[in-house]
Design a binder for this molecule. Structure first.
Ligand SMILES: Cc1cc2nc3c(=O)[nH]c(=O)nc-3n(C[C@H](O)[C@H](O)[C@H](O)COP(=O)(O)OP(=O)(O)OC[C@H]3O[C@@H](n4cnc5c(N)ncnc54)[C@H](O)[C@@H]3O)c2cc1C
Length: 332
């Protein structure tokens, strides 16, 4: 793992730094690269625009490691409102939720109760549970299994960088639970996670093919491949054709503001694409992880600062930058 990436992931866990960072207007502007706005309305507008282009969405309210029951209740209420708003717009949009946002750190059955309060309101649409750092994996998988025994519209993320994911994939597929495969976004020790990017990519493809095998055999739920790595996307596409997996049995997922031209091209090629749209005021740790995914993104923050000094605070340097300009240089 590169030094810049390590530093950004270290920063993502520092609350004092987050408080300072979020107060600066130039960092708020820079965050707009990945965030249409802090309020739900901005996220819903983005969802509708994506829908016009044939792209489905996921919405997530930013926030993690909540520490009181009152906060959990507020999160659940906000997600219930989001589900109502999605349905009133007839948008193809699902929720994506972090376990620690539903109180996993509080112990007890806070998370389970939160999900039980949301799943019946989802009108049968999937609700995805994100995977956070490795210390949460066992609890998250146990939670998903418990909830899935009564509510089938729940799916969970697995991370290809963890050594254990092979076994976790078997466990979920054998229970028919939908899986979203990602590379993994947290800072993990070598004892639990593969360190070399090249090896993570190899493992992603291996797990991705096994997930498609399961789908082809009618096992498991719908599969989601959440990556902007176009080499992996191509390999998954090819394998799906080889195994005759129907195009509606899996989808590609990407982040809002990343790889937009790839999203459009995949849709034009007839593949299903879903984009994760985030909103909320607690964006610092999440934003640091986005910067860590491509440390060159820090350049956009630096440009934002320079532009502020140069223009007396006006102008949004990211606005004139094609959102995926960096991506198109790096993705073959
Ligand atoms: C829908 C969705 C849900 C996710 N859920 C989780 C989760 O629950 N748990 C978890 O640990 N992780 C999650 N992630 C993040 C994931 O683990 C990776 O950190 C992230 O997707 C970057 O890896 P990559 O697969 O795109 O491959 P990479 O090899 O990192 O990137 C491939 C290419 O895309 C570019 N790129 C990638 N990210 C960015 C970015 N932020 N800005 C600009 N360019 C970029 C890179 O520069 C590179 O050219 C999720 C990602 C998505 C898209």
């Amino acid at each position: 793992m590169g030094l810049a990436r390590q530093a950004l992931l270290w920063a993502s866990r520092r609350k004092w730094l987050g408080a300072k960072f979020q107060a600066w207007s130039f960092t708020r502007r820079a965050s707009r690269r990945f965030l249409p706005g802090e309020d739900l309305e901005a996220a819903l507008e983005a969802v509708v625009k994506l829908g016009d282009e044939g792209i489905s969405s996921l919405i997530t309210l930013l926030g993690e490691n909540v520490s009181t029951t009152a906060e959990v209740q507020d999160v659940v209420r906000q997600y219930q409102t989001t589900l109502c708003q999605i349905q009133s717009r007839a948008a193809d949009c699902q929720l994506s939720i972090k376990p620690t946002q539903l109180g996993m750190d509080l112990g007890g059955d806070s998370c389970e109760q939160g999900l039980f309060a949301l799943l019946p309101h989802a009108a049968g649409d999937l609700v995805w549970v994100d995977m956070e750092s490795s210390g949460y994996v066992d609890r998250t998988l146990d939670l998903i299994e418990t909830v899935n025994s009564t509510h089938k519209n729940i799916g969970v993320c697995l991370q290809a960088y963890l050594h254990r994911t092979d076994g976790d994939l078997d466990r979920l597929v054998s229970r028919g639970i939908p899986v979203r495969l990602v590379k993994g976004a947290y800072r993990e020790p070598a004892s639990v996670a593969i360190r070399k990017k090249k090896d993570v990519d190899v493992n992603y493809l291996k797990l991705g093919c096994r997930l498609l095998d399961a789908v082809a055999a009618g096992k498991g739920g719908p599969a989601a491949f959440a990556t902007h790595d176009m080499n992996l996307v191509r390999s998954i596409q090819e394998y799906s054709v080889k195994r005759s997996v129907p195009g509606d049995a899996f989808e590609f997922e990407m982040l809002y503001g990343v790889g937009r031209e790839h999203q459009r091209r995949l849709v034009a090629e007839g593949f299903r694409v879903r984009v994760l749209v985030s909103y909320g005021s607690a964006w610092f740790p999440w934003y640091m992880r986005r910067l860590a995914e491509r440390p060159a993104n820090v350049w956009f923050v630096a440009r934002s600062l320079v532009s502020r000094w140069g223009s007396g605070g006006g102008g949004d340097p990211t606005a004139s930058e094609p959102l995926n300009s960096g991506l198109s240089k790096t993705v073959k």
